[in-house]
Design a protein around this ligand. Sequence first.
Ligand SMILES: Nc1ncnc2c1ncn2[C@@H]1O[C@H](COP(=O)(O)OP(=O)(O)O)[C@@H](O)[C@H]1O
Ligand SMILES: CC(=O)N[C@@H](CCC(=O)OP(=O)(O)O)C(=O)O
Length: 289
Amino acid sequence: MKPQDAMTSRDNTAIARTLNEALPYLRRYNDATVVIKLGGHAMGSDEGMASFARDVVLMRTVGINPVIVHGGGPMINDLLARLGVTSTFVRGKRVTDAETVKVVEMVLAGQVNKRIVQAINTAGGRAVGLSGKDADMIVCEPDDPELGFVGRPTEVDPKLLHALFRDEMIPVIAPIGTGAADETFNINGDTAAGAIAGALQADRLLLLTDVAGVKDGSGKVVTELTVEQVHALTSDGTIAGGMIPKTQTALDALDAGVRAAVILDGRVPNAVLLELFTSHGAGSLIRAT
Ligand SMILES: Nc1ncnc2c1ncn2[C@@H]1O[C@H](COP(=O)(O)OP(=O)(O)O)[C@@H](O)[C@H]1O
Ligand SMILES: CC(=O)N[C@@H](CCC(=O)OP(=O)(O)O)C(=O)O
């Protein structure tokens, strides 16, 4: 028996309802630009990566311009540990000396970037792997002298990305930038994604992480957050640790002209599709006020 013969009419009704529900969202996002930050913790298994890649190809197929900006902190930690180098973090950012930045670039622009590119191409898309160095896309200044070669983007040139959109290619970007003195800078993945989303005036910035969204004081995920609520939850300490740079990136992106930012769990199968194409969405949405 073929699998579809085994499907009940109830299955078919559910499928039809889902497709119907998606229709207004498919219309809304036609030709929209969606920047997705894929964090190292959200990358997981090969099956998870393949599923993410299929979602991205589906987005491209329905006329969205997806841009992937990735992290890879755990993969950098692995190689540094094998090389016997200890790494420390200050306020969520890796202290990066001249030797460390070489390892960071090798892991992010090499191993991690190409894994995502290959997964998207296997799923039927045409992904192009880049770092912020390509076409001088991301120019940085030092973030903080204490952090060494950690960059803060000062200029992001989206020209190359627009050229790729015209040919329906999918940019996959490692968060590495250059400095005025030709230095190589390590950029926090969230920061790079926010800066790119701002330069593109993106419709959505999706920050994929390892929690369901931003939680309030009682531990409940807040599905829609205002800018004021983010400030309040940060000053009372409810938003803490790694969530601080994430919500700050979301607010900076909104200031730069991005229409909305969403923080969601990248380990949930089809998280991106559920966010974009269903009425209940996924995660915490922060909209410009
Ligand atoms: N209010 C909050 N809501 C949700 N997560 C929070 C909150 N405050 C702190 N966190 C922490 O932030 C973490 C996400 O940041 P981080 O670990 O840096 O993510 P990633 O590695 O995906 O970039 C969560 O796993 C959680 O432990
Ligand atoms: C400056 C800084 O901290 N850069 C990060 C870049 C990778 C990253 O952001 O990875 P995740 O998204 O997986 O955390 C780092 O060196 O780990």
